[in-house]
Design a protein around this ligand. Structure first.
Ligand SMILES: Cc1cc2nc3c(=O)[nH]c(=O)nc-3n(C[C@H](O)[C@H](O)[C@H](O)COP(=O)(O)OP(=O)(O)OC[C@H]3O[C@@H](n4cnc5c(N)ncnc54)[C@H](O)[C@@H]3O)c2cc1C
Length: 508
């Protein structure tokens, strides 16, 4: 790997190596720019990943964040990337594409926000990402028949079979899910051989065979081959500015010591919590007053059915089936909609959700865990509207780097509650149609979005449609914080596409 001196003024420093940081890093390096990525977490060897949920949090941002509101966001393993690869080390690799209506919520319903991004252009970038990282899925996608996937879908597991049976009996369309999981071996440029799925269910714990696409086995090796430097264990906590107010360097801590890296341009890609936290702490790019505001998360309620036969949902790709029939359901009292995905889950994650999402404890919890092998689940990814009181601010406590901790408040509004209720009824019907003996609802949200949203109008967002700060011309953001609305589609694939788009805008 090429290494730069700290007194070198590199062209671009990128903070974070997840879905937002890595594709951009690779594209800029491939176009000949001198780029350095600073990553707070370690560079982990995939050979060290085990199918062990107790060890898995080392790939999660575990430094405490404070959470409030009526539905406090769960952090730790639920929501946070850490290490070279960021959130893609632990993501589920479920990769639906956003429908055009999802980008135009305000125009369609008069609430929420439109994306200042052209859908057809975004899809071109999404196709680029799908081909680069290896997305498998069904060609002849029911909700977009022209769509093609180069890789055939991965095998369905028992949870997917259950959901397929229930949907078929109710006339709901469902199909194999698009997933960044290989169904055939693949030689990945600058990384090497990645192996086709062996039907392991433990993909959230760190996946060692390269079956699941992460930025660590796709974009980052390409970035390094093109001359990028990646510095792990480097927590950015400050910035320096020149006389014109432009960023001239970033300050980061590595092994307890502070260093600075000079740069011509800075890209923040620390995710929906860390990017606004850094901006609030440094007082940058906030003329709109919207840094940390409009915190969005996806409705992610789950319904689990108990069956009279073993499901063993810990086997196989956990989210192998999708339905997009409820992206815009008829006759409802809410705006937007939701996606359905089948669920298999590991025992600790299930136990945590039983406690958090259903309030189980004691014997009731033990009995529910006893039934774990007999349960199949379905979950949603549901629209969330921006709301003034859902926000991230800095707290009074400081963390291990001396930065005030994030305090995140989230209370679902009437729209989120209506989506949850509709989806809960739908999922319960599907499981009952498939023969569930009984069902259980687990309340849940996931993903951290919207806290530095993009906008055409500088008064209405933190960055412009390209990802450039409205206030500071050499400051850009490329991560989930820029999402103006949550979308129904899970954010990872869209984020990688936006990352390439921002890189191309920077190169203009
Ligand atoms: C359990 C789970 C499952 C998921 N499953 C899916 C899925 O199936 N499909 C999907 O589309 N999406 C999924 N997601 C969401 C997906 O992982 C995120 O949308 C995506 O990773 C966000 O990209 P990002 O660049 O915003 O942040 P991340 O990918 O989280 O990257 C941020 C990186 O920045 C680093 N960083 C932060 N602050 C600093 C700092 N100050 N200095 C240096 N480095 C810093 C972090 O360590 C991290 O590596 C899942 C998320 C979770 C939590």
């Amino acid at each position: 790997m090429r290494e730069y001196e700290q007194h070198d003024v590199v062209d671009v420093v990128v903070v974070g190596t997840g879905a937002g940081g890595a594709p951009l890093l690779a594209r800029l390096a491939e176009r000949g720019l001198r780029v350095v990525a600073l990553e707070a977490g370690p560079n982990l060897d995939p050979d060290d990943f085990t199918n062990d949920e107790v060890e898995a949090p080392r790939i999660n941002w575990m430094s405490e964040r404070l959470s409030g509101g009526d539905a406090p966001t769960a952090f730790g393993p639920n929501n946070s990337g850490w290490g070279v690869g960021g959130g893609t080390l632990h993501w589920g690799a479920f990769t639906p594409r956003p429908d055009i209506r999802e980008l135009n919520l305000l125009t369609e319903f008069g609430v929420g926000a439109d994306w200042p991004v052209d859908h057809a252009e975004l899809i071109r970038y999404i196709v680029d990402v799908e081909r680069t990282i290896g997305v498998s899925g069904p060609t002849g996608y029911p909700w977009d028949p022209e769509r093609e996937y180069l890789e055939p879908p991965v095998d369905r597991n028992a949870s997917a079979d259950i959901m397929a049976t229930g949907c078929a009996r109710l006339g709901i369309r469902a199909t194999d899910a698009p997933a960044a999981i290989l169904s055939r071996d693949r030689d990945q440029a600058h990384h090497g051989r990645r192996l086709a799925s062996r039907n392991l269910g433990t993909i959230h714990q760190g996946e060692r065979f390269g079956t699941k696409a992460t930025t660590a086995n796709t974009y980052l090796p390409s970035a390094v081959a093109a001359g990028a430097e990646i510095r792990p264990d480097s927590m950015v906590h400050g910035t320096e500015r020149d006389n014109l107010g432009r960023i001239s360097a970033v300050v980061y801590r590595q092994n307890g010591q502070d260093f600075r890296q000079r740069c011509a341009t800075l890209v923040l890609a620390g995710g929906g919590i860390e990017t606004p936290r850094l901006l609030l702490n440094t007082g940058l790019a906030n003329s709109s007053g919207l840094v940390g505001r409009n915190f969005l998360t996806h409705g992610a309620v789950q319904v689990w059915g108990r069956f009279d036969k073993q499901i063993r949902g810990y086997r196989g790709y956990p989210s192998a089936l999708i339905s997009e029939d409820f992206v815009r359901p008829d006759g409802v009292d809410f705006v937007g909609g939701y996606l359905l995905q089948s669920l298999g889950v590991m025992p600790l994650a299930y136990a945590t959700s039983l406690v958090r999402g259903a309030g189980l404890w004691g014997n009731e919890l033990v009995d529910a865990l006893d039934a774990w092998r007999y349960t199949a689940g379905i979950g949603i990814n549901g629209e969330c509207l921006p709301a003034e009181n859902n926000k991230l601010v800095l707290g009074d406590e400081v963390d291990e780097w001396g930065i005030p901790r994030a305090v995140v408040t989230f209370t679902p509004g009437p729209n989120e509650q209506s989506i949850d209720a509709h989806a809960t009824a739908t999922m319960t019907r599907i499981l009952e149609a498939a023969g569930a003996l009984d069902t259980r609802v687990l309340a849940r949200t996931c993903h951290t979005l919207g806290t530095c949203r993009m906008s055409a109008d500088p008064g209405d967002g933190v960055v412009d449609a390209d990802g450039r700060s409205h206030d500071i011309p050499n400051l850009w953001i490329s991560d989930n914080s820029t999402f103006p609305s949550s979308l129904n589609a899970n954010p990872g694939l869209t984020q990688m596409a936006l990352s390439l788009r921002t890189a191309d805008r920077m190169l203009r």
